[in-house]
Ligand binder design. Structure first.
Ligand SMILES: [Zn+2]
Ligand SMILES: [Zn+2]
Length: 360
């Protein structure tokens, strides 16, 4: 990208004039004549098809890998450290306190499994957000309805050249799903879905629970792993699950922990600075340009770490749910319809020119 690209600073904090009538000139933009696709465009198309086709396979792979680790934990790792003590003789009575460590670890691990499974399910099953959500009309009326939901009254709104529909702010066209997605972050083949406005929380919390679970598993599984890997000595292996599976579970937890943990940290940074993955690229570019011009850049959707945290979980004074719900893997919807976002102040929108189809 060249630094010569022009951009127009937009004062975005002014309230919109609700009295202003919606324009009737809302015909979709006529698409340009199709040019012959270049080699890179063809490769991109093939990649999109491959990612789309790979999605269901990766869902099964993710389910199997997670199941192996969870199964290893409850059949070997937890019993390796703690077992449920029973009253075997009449001399001493075993109370609940004697089994406290076992109970705490069992409840904690069940909570992690619930967090992983529920958030993964919601991330996969929740539609990320469509421009046509809540609109059942057809034709030009539909186009106008989207504008109404965007609360924009411009004669030339940003329009997706593939969907031929207005693009609300933060919306982006996913070339894999072939649709525009509200507050688009990225297409994730591991959930066979886009990460967008309505499933962002579930995706992030899935990464979070999985990262914590991996750290917990790696620590707890170190003992059983050493025992399973110690093939030379005549140690006894008291578990019916094969030792190679337990060793594999530990290696898997380390690998997933590094990969997913890194992603979780990155997505938490983005969430707490109110940026999507795409916006982060734009914003870092804008920061450089502003710096050269002696201006300071600020993200117009950023309400500070606490404000962004509340927005993410729909909690606290900015949201509709109590604070503790952030710790519960429940299908709580995000704030707003994803077509209009509260802004903290003056923002900048990058103009990539006429050829760009997705970056508006
Ligand atoms: Zn589109
Ligand atoms: Zn997608």
């Amino acid at each position: 990208m060249s630094n010569d690209i022009e951009f127009t600073p937009l004062a975005t904090s002014e309230p919109l004039d609700d009295e202003q009538p919606i324009t009737t000139n809302t015909k979709p933009t006529i698409p340009r004549l199709r040019r012959r696709p270049t080699l890179s465009a063809r490769i991109e198309q093939l990649t999109d098809v491959a990612i789309s086709g790979l999605g269901p396979v990766l869902l099964v792979v993710a389910f199997l890998l997670l199941s192996i680790v969870i199964f290893c934990f409850f059949t070997v790792v937890l019993p390796f450290h703690y077992t449920w003590k029973k009253n075997e003789d009449e001399e001493g009575s075993i109370g609940i306190l004697d089994n406290l460590a076992y109970i705490l670890h069992f409840v904690w691990s069940c909570y992690l499994v619930w967090g992983i499974a529920a958030n993964y399910y919601y991330a996969v099953r929740t539609p990320p957000g469509s421009v046509l959500d809540g609109i059942s009309s057809t034709g030009d009326v539909m186009f106008q309805d989207v504008l109404q939901q965007m609360e924009t009254y411009t004669e030339a709104p940003p329009t997706c050249k593939r969907c031929l529909l207005p693009k609300p702010e933060r919306t982006h066209h996913c070339s894999v799903c072939k649709r525009c997605v509200l507050k688009y972050d990225h297409h994730c083949p591991w959930i066979h879905n886009c990460v967008g406005h309505f499933n962002h929380r579930f995706f992030l919390m899935f990464l979070t629970y999985l990262s914590i679970a991996c750290i917990y598993y790696v620590i707890m599984g170190a003992g059983p792993f050493m025992l399973a890997a110690d093939m030379d000595s005549n140690n006894t292996w008291p578990y019916w699950l094969d030792r190679s599976i337990v060793a594999f579970g530990e290696v898997l937890a380390v690998a997933i922990g590094f990969a997913v943990g890194g992603m979780a940290c990155w997505h938490w940074y983005l969430a707490l600075t109110a940026q999507t993955t795409l916006e982060q690229y734009n914003n870092s570019y804008m920061k450089k340009i502003c710096k050269k011009r002696g201006e300071s850049f600020s993200n117009m959707y950023d309400f500070g770490i606490v404000g962004n945290f509340q927005d993410l979980f729909n909690i606290g004074p900015r949201g509709h749910y109590p604070w503790y719900t952030a710790l519960l893997p429940l299908p709580i919807p995000p704030i707003g319809n994803g077509k209009r976002f509260e802004r903290s102040g003056r923002g900048y929108i990058l103009d990539f020119g006429e050829d760009d189809e997705d970056m508006v």
